[in-house]
Design a protein around this ligand. Structure first.
Ligand code: CUV
Ligand code: SF4
Length: 655
């Protein structure tokens, strides 16, 4: 008898279970109607490997993969799991963990290096497109790189020439990646007590590249097989990222493009406009996107768009590039990491321009179903699909390259075919905060008046500070964790500093407006926000701008009254929906800078409980900060609040 099998209907995601965002739900449904798969559908069909998930699968040599899942009857005293070479579960999990740090630190730091190179060519006046814009910031960072800003002549102290300073800063900055001897210059920007802890524990970075290379060496088969010693190197590379590669990226970007100050904009897919040429910029480096912003505003380019029947050009961003051009120009946020495919599904994107990091290869496939041009721009980030157009962006012809890209998008406007469907959802936002503007908005200093941050923490109106950051992760409901954690924190008077995709999630939810304070905050935080007119959730920029959080914490320490190290502050960190290696590097430099940090979604060390306990408990004894994991967002927030209360008590400022 012939069995006729009905073709199984492809399994797809339930849009309402996949995301809390209505606009995204609509686009997931739309994609399914059109038969185009998105990450939400692939999450249903592609299940993660349970052993890899636990962090105990090793494939560092050709005898593996050696897989060491946690046994059901796990007994810590008799754990004799080992790989062919004898590597223990702790060794394997620690090696995997610090390789993630290496990946993350490399990504941030290579981004920083790219900025430093452009900075140097701007300082050498080799390019017209980039100039030293923010001289105040330049003068502020110069001393930290050993560059004098004044010169003594005949007993008189004179200001040095700005161009000379810029050149020396550029050269000193580049050297941070590979100098021979010495230590990371910016390590001394941390509070003195913090620097001493790093020094005592032998984790002061020598230079940025070396620490990453040494991770690759030490995790090769048969080298470092002591999880504590492996983590020391992980710490050194993470500090080199946070206080080095990332901080230099932020500083040099601020000098080149301007230090952000608060400005208004909008967020979510509804920022796309049906009657405009839509260019979506996605990735991380402002080097490219800054030029696109400039070109898209040129009158002749706008005229050109109009000549093709469009009303104008609408730029918007995805991922951290979005945060960069938002904070400096008010360009609206199109969406988070998980909305990159959905933006194209609208049928209204004439070009998606990408550079580096967090770009799904599948955007090329989705673009292929529409008229959308997918343009890669970076020599280290191309795609195999034929429809991906590569226009290499070079700082020496930056304007020409940007103009070519924008014109290509404009020319493509008339090719729109599929019915355009743009969700109407978008939220007003205020973004662009930083150390400078927090100080400015809260009394012009950190301590001494009714308005300042320190005084409000001491008097208890603000219970503490939380840094809530990081990615989205298709394994958990899009934005649910982000929003629940942040709302619980502000409800309990904890002010939130945000970056990355958490910042975009908060933006979409309307939490980045001063008006949201009255709706969502506890009475103390609401009072502060209403008095000074700031949102309870402050958008500090992209992932490399987590360095702004480190510096804000440092300023709070230096202003006094709250102990003498970052680990004394009522502060906690969180990444509710992390997924990238960069998030692990960030988490670890935050922890080793003295901040208790909770991750949601999954944690990649569950298969090695002893090693995990080292991260979650033992690290506190060394650094005053430690890791934790909590998938439930309310419990997650309360772990942070409890830690904040513990610190308040130790400071003697508990109510
Ligand atoms: Ni760099 S790293 S998903 S874009 S925050 Fe967003 Fe932020 Fe994570 Fe990527
Ligand atoms: Fe297995 Fe050791 Fe090779 Fe890892 S390094 S794959 S544990 S033999």
């Amino acid at each position: 008898k012939k069995v006729v099998k009905k073709a199984a209907k492809p399994k797809v995601a339930d849009p309402v279970a996949a995301t809390i965002d209505k606009a995204s739900q609509q686009m997931i449904r739309r994609a399914q109607e059109l038969g185009i798969d998105t990450c939400f559908d692939r999450n249903v069909t592609l299940k993660p490997c349970n052993i890899g998930n636990q962090g105990t699968c090793c494939k560092n040599c050709g005898m593996g993969p050696c897989r060491l899942p946690l046994p059901k009857d796990y007994d810590e005293k008799n754990d004799n799991r080992k790989g062919i070479c004898g590597a223990s579960a702790n060794t394997i999990a620690a090696r995997n963990f610090i390789r993630m740090i290496a990946g993350g630190a490399a990504a941030h730091s290579d981004h920083g290096r790219g900025v430093a190179e452009v900075f140097l060519s701007a300082a050498r006046k080799e390019t017209d497109a980039y100039r030293i814009k923010d001289t105040r910031k330049l003068l502020e960072i110069a001393p930290h790189l050993g560059v004098e800003t004044t010169v003594e002549k005949d007993g008189e102290v004179l200001d040095r020439d700005i161009d000379e300073i810029a050149l020396e800063v550029g050269e000193a900055a580049i050297a941070e990646w590979g100098k021979v001897g010495g230590e990371l210059s910016y390590a001394k920007r941390a509070p003195e007590a913090r620097y001493e802890i790093w020094k005592k524990n032998g984790v002061l970075p020598r230079n940025i590249d070396r620490e990453i290379v040494e991770i690759m060496h030490r995790t090769h088969i048969g080298v470092d097989q002591d999880y504590k010693n492996l983590m020391k190197q992980g710490t050194r590379a993470a500090i080199a990222d946070g206080w080095g590669g990332s901080m230099l990226a932020t500083d040099l970007q601020d000098v080149l493009f301007g230090t952000p100050y608060p400005l208004a904009s909008e967020a979510n897919l509804g920022v796309l406009k049906a009657d405009h040429v839509n260019i979506v910029i996605h990735g991380h480096e402002p080097i490219l996107s800054e030029m696109i912003v400039v070109v898209a505003q040129k009158p002749e380019i706008v005229e050109y768009a109009k000549s093709k029947g469009a009303k104008g050009i609408q730029l918007s961003g995805i991922c951290c590039t979005a945060n960069e051009i938002l904070q400096r120009h008010g360009v609206p946020l199109c969406g988070t990491f998980l909305q990159q495919e959905l933006a194209i599904i609208t049928g209204a994107v004439d070009a998606m321009v990408v550079d580096i990091q967090c770009i799904f290869q599948n955007v090329a496939n989705v673009a292929n179903c529409f008229h959308t041009k997918l343009i890669t721009t970076h020599p280290i980030a191309k795609m195999e699909q034929d429809n991906a157009i590569h226009i290499e962006f070079d700082e020496h012809h930056a304007m020409e390259d940007a103009e070519k890209i924008v014109r290509m998008a404009i020319d493509n406007y008339e090719n729109r075919k599929a019915e355009v469907m743009i969700p109407h959802q978008k939220s007003p936002i205020v973004a662009g905060f930083g150390v400078e503007s927090i100080e400015y908005h809260l009394g012009g200093t950190f301590r001494g008046t009714y308005y300042t941050l320190n005084d409000n923490i001491i008097n208890g109106r603000i219970r503490g500070i939380a840094g809530v950051v990081g990615c989205n992760n298709a394994r958990v409901k899009h934005n649910e964790g982000h929003i629940a954690v942040v709302k619980e924190l502000i409800k309990n008077d904890v002010i939130v500093l945000t970056t990355g995709c958490n910042a975009i999630a908060c933006a979409m939810e309307g939490l980045l407006t001063p008006e949201s304070a009255a709706v969502y905050c506890g009475p103390g935080l609401a009072e502060v926000c209403e008095t000074v007119g700031i949102p309870p959730v402050l958008h500090l920029g992209s992932c490399v701008d987590n360095s702004r959080i480190l510096l804000a914490a440092t300023e709070v320490v230096k202003a006094g009254g709250l102990g003498n190290d970052i680990s004394d502050l009522p502060v906690a960190g969180s990444a509710p929906e992390w997924m990238s290696e960069k998030a692990i590097s960030i988490g670890h430099y935050v922890v080793t800078s003295g901040i208790y940090t909770v991750f949601g979604a999954v944690f990649p060390t569950a298969g090695a409980p002893v090693f995990q306990r080292y991260l979650f408990e033992e690290l506190e004894k060394i650094y005053g900060g430690m890791w934790d994991f909590e998938a439930d967002p309310i419990k997650h927030a309360w772990k942070m609040i409890d830690h904040i209360d513990k610190k308040r008590k130790a400071l003697g400022i508990d109510k």
